[in-house]
Design a protein around this ligand. Structure first.
Ligand SMILES: Cc1ncc(COP(=O)(O)O)c(C=O)c1O
Length: 351
C-alpha cells in the first residue's frame, strides 16, 4: 500500500521549471551589502518582486518562516516586551524561541481568535490594559483550519492597533492561499499592516525560503537583526531562483488544492465519528473534530497510518488537521476517503 502523506504542504516538491531556474541562477554573496543591497542578484530580484507583489517598499529573504516571524518581532519590539498574539497563532503555539526567556524573551498577551482573527473587543481591552509593542495576526490561519481573513476585518484590527500606536505584523505563511480563496489581490490583504512574512516553501512549492516585506527602514533593520542572529545567507540565489518561479507561476494554481480540500471534506463529512463544517473549508487545510468516545485524535492518526498508510496529524485531543498540496491528485483524495471510511467501519464493527 502506498503512503499518502497529508501532514503538511511543506511536503510539496519543486517544479521542473524551478530546477531549471536553480541551474541558471546568477549568484553572489547576499551577506555583503553594497549600494543598499546584498550582492546576490537573484536574491535581490526575488526581494523586489515580493515587495512589489505585496505593495511594500522592500523585502528580505530568509531560510524559514519561523526565522521571518522571529526577526520581524525582534525588529518591531525589544526583549521582554509584551506582544499580542491569537491563542492558536502559529507564532505562539509553535515558534517556541519567540516567547522563551533563553531566546527572544518576549511576553505573550493572548487574545481569543476562534474565527482565525483576533477578537476586536478583546484586542481593544488588552491594548487598554497592557503596554504591548506589537500585535500579530495570521492569514490564512493554520490551526483554525485554513480560515481566511477578509481585508475589512484585517483593516478593522489594524485600525484598533494603530489607534494605540502599536504596529501589526502579519504571519502570512499562506497569504497567497488567502488571496486566491478570497479572489482578491494579495496587496489588499496586507495593505495596512506594518510587516508581512510569507512562505515560498509551502503551497507555492519552492524547496526553501520565506520573505519578509515592509518599509525600507523596517527591512534594513531586520537585515541587521538577521546577521546578528546568524541568518545571513551567501549564494542564496540558488534557492531564491525557485522562489521567483513560485511567485510568478504558482500562486493561481493554489485554487486546485482548495478544490481538492473541499472534495475531501465533502467525502469525509458523512463519517459518523467526524464533525466537519464543509462551509468553513476555504483553503488547503481541513480541520476535523473527532468524537472522542471513538478514540483520541492522536490514537486515530497513529492507527490510521499503521493500518492504512495515511499520514495526518492531531492538533488537539479531538482535532485532526489534513493539508493538501501540489502532488496530491484527485485519485489520491478518493483513495484517502475510501481508506478512512474502511478504517472507521472496521473499528466500529469491532465494538
Ligand atoms: C502559519 C505559519 N507560520 C509560520 C510557519 C513557519 O514556517 P517554517 O516551517 O518555514 O519555519 C508555519 C509553518 O508551517 C505556519 O504554518
Amino acid at each position: 500500500m502506498n503512503i499518502i502523506d497529508l501532514l503538511s504542504d511543506t511536503l510539496s516538491l519543486p517544479t521542473d521549471e524551478m530546477y531549471a531556474s536553480i541551474a541558471e541562477a546568477e549568484l553572489g554573496d547576499d551577506g555583503r551589502f553594497t549600494n543598499n543591497q546584498g550582492e546576490d542578484p537573484t536574491v535581490n530580484k526575488l526581494q523586489e518582486l515580493a515587495a512589489e507583489k505585496l505593495g511594500k517598499e522592500e523585502g528580505l529573504f530568509l531560510h524559514s518562516g519561523t526565522m521571518g516571524n522571529m526577526l520581524s518581532l525582534l525588529t518591531h519590539a525589544e526583549r521582554e516586551d509584551s506582544i499580542i498574539v491569537g491563542e492558536k497563532a502559529h507564532i505562539f503555539t509553535n515558534e517556541k524561541g519567540t516567547f522563551d526567556n533563553n531566546c527572544c524573551g518576549f511576553r505573550p498577551v493572548i487574545v481569543p481568535d476562534h474565527e482565525g482573527y483576533l477578537d476586536p473587543q478583546a484586542l481593544e481591552r488588552n491594548l487598554n490594559s497592557t503596554k504591548a509593542s506589537l500585535v500579530c495576526i495570521e492569514n490564512s490561519h493554520n490551526f483554525r483550519g485554513g480560515t481566511v481573513i477578509a481585508p475589512e476585518i484585517t483593516n478593522a484590527i489594524v485600525d484598533i492597533a494603530h489607534k494605540h500606536q502599536i504596529p501589526v505584523h502579519l504571519d502570512g505563511a499562506r497569504i497567497f492561499n488567502a488571496a486566491v480563496a478570497l479572489k482578491t489581490d494579495v496587496k489588499l490583504l496586507v495593505e495596512n499592516v506594518d510587516s508581512v512574512m510569507f512562505c515560498l516553501s509551502k503551497g507555492l512549492c519552492a524547496p526553501i525560503g520565506s520573505v519578509v516585506v515592509g518599509s525600507q527602514t523596517f527591512i534594513r533593520k531586520a537585515r541587521e537583526k538577521r546577521r546578528i542572529w546568524g541568518g545571513q545567507l551567501r549564494q542564496a540565489g540558488i534557492v531564491a531562483a525557485a522562489g521567483i518561479v513560485a511567485l510568478e507561476k504558482m500562486t493561481e494554481r493554489l485554487s486546485e488544492d482548495h478544490e481538492l480540500t473541499t472534495q475531501l471534506a465533502e467525502g469525509l463529512s458523512p463519517i459518523p465519528v467526524f464533525n466537519i463544517n464543509t462551509q468553513k473549508v476555504k483553503t488547503n487545510i481541513l480541520k476535523i473534530r473527532l468524537d472522542n468516545s471513538f478514540m483520541s485524535a492522536s490514537e486515530f492518526c497513529e492507527k490510521l497510518f499503521h493500518e492504512h498508510k495515511i499520514r495526518i496529524g492531531a492538533v488537539s485531543r479531538n482535532e485532526i488537521r489534513i493539508v493538501v498540496y501540489r502532488g496530491i491528485s484527485h485519485e489520491a483524495i478518493l483513495e484517502v476517503i475510501e481508506r478512512i471510511k474502511n478504517f472507521v467501519d472496521k473499528r466500529k464493527a469491532q465494538r
